[in-house]
Design a binder for this molecule. Structure first.
Ligand SMILES: [Zn+2]
Ligand SMILES: [Zn+2]
Length: 349
């Protein structure tokens, strides 16, 4: 009966989708329909609809094995979420207990100790099914804590307890107390696995026939091309190191990290723009006329400079461009007083 009602709803949703072109409703109905077909057994008993967990006969309960190198939080989370699923789907308390028993034995077969399975089941048992089905409502945002991102390794000690134990030492410094008002949040990054070694998500373009580097496109009437240096390498006057430019950059490139090289004193400046390089260069020429920025003031004294595009970042966010700009500032050593950049070093991550 229930399936028929939902089938009708899906048919109606498809019909409405054809008429109105609205897709969100149809996807919601189809999702509910599939969810009910796969996970829920519905019965009409004594005029009341009851729901129970449905598992396909072919289901082998192959949960993540306890011997896997995943973190303990992940394993605990799997047990808890499975217990939660049973509690939410099953409307009969007796059958819920029965499913909890099955869950315990399934997890034990996968090597989970009862010290992990039992507390998770007990915790879920103490929750009210009505509250769980009602949902959490709108969550209030927790204050953001500084993240400490670490590559996951099973040999790592318990970082959270170490941080909590010694955090008071950091609090002794007034500067650190301002930066870290609460202990940082430990976030584990997934280490490289076999898949990430073998599979690339990004298609690598055939770079053999593409010229990399910085190129002039206009040979007259372009003030940017006049100062643009045609090169595929960039030399740091501060460190003496040479770096290769892997992007193709012209005065019309959009989203660029670039270098301004003073030909008189050798000081360098790294900047970024989300717009065209030639538009940003126009902005710099105004700064030089007004002398209202460190770059403008520098080139009121020194007169000759050239421009090199370091990296093209099409469609990258400003945050990403700024991060790459900072990387180039440190690579080339262009921070004041050696160079012209006056970025706040504390923003470097
Ligand atoms: Zn040009
Ligand atoms: Zn100079």
């Amino acid at each position: 009966m229930y399936f028929i009602v939902f089938s009708l709803l899906v048919v109606l949703a498809v019909y409405r989708f054809r008429l109105t072109g609205r897709s969100s409703v149809i996807y919601t109905y189809i999702y509910i329909y599939i969810y009910i077909c796969i996970y829920i057994k519905i019965k009409l008993e004594g005029g009341v609809l009851t729901t129970d967990l449905y598992t396909k006969p072919s289901n082998l309960n192959l949960y993540l094995h306890y011997d896997s190198y995943h973190s303990n939080c992940t394993k605990k989370g799997i047990v808890f979420s499975q217990a939660l699923r049973v509690k939410m789907i099953c409307s009969d308390p007796e059958k819920t207990q029965q499913h909890f028993g099955e869950l315990r034995s399934n997890f034990q077969d996968r090597g989970y100790p009862s010290s992990i399975v039992d507390p998770a089941c007990e915790r879920v048992q103490n929750l009210s099914r009505e509250d769980l089905l009602a949902g959490k409502g709108r969550r209030t945002r927790k204050p953001v804590r500084a993240p400490l991102v670490v590559t996951r390794n099973p040999r790592l000690p318990n970082l959270r307890s170490i941080i909590n134990k010694y955090f008071h030492i950091l609090q002794l410094s007034p500067n650190l107390m301002n930066v870290l008002s609460s202990p940082p949040q430990v976030i584990y990054r997934q280490p490289r696995n076999l898949q990430s070694h073998l599979v690339r998500a990004k298609l690598v373009e055939n770079v053999k026939n593409v010229h990399k580097g910085c190129y002039k496109t206009h040979f007259k009437n372009c003030v940017t091309c006049n100062v643009l240096q045609e090169t595929d390498r960039v030399y740091s006057n501060a460190t003496g190191e040479t770096f290769t430019i892997f992007s193709t950059i012209t005065c019309m490139s959009v989203g660029v990290v670039y270098l301004i090289n003073c030909k008189d004193c050798g000081k360098q400046y790294v900047g970024e723009t989300g717009g065209e390089l030639r538009v940003r260069h126009r902005g710099h020429r105004q700064e030089i006329r007004k002398g209202n920025t460190p770059l403008g003031q520098h080139f009121q004294i020194c007169k000759n400079f050239d421009l090199i595009g370091l990296q093209s970042l099409v469609n990258a966010s400003k945050q990403k461009r700024e991060a790459i700009e900072l990387r180039w500032i440190y690579r080339l050593g262009s921070l004041s007083p050696v160079g012209i950049n006056v970025k706040d070093v504390r923003t470097v991550s």
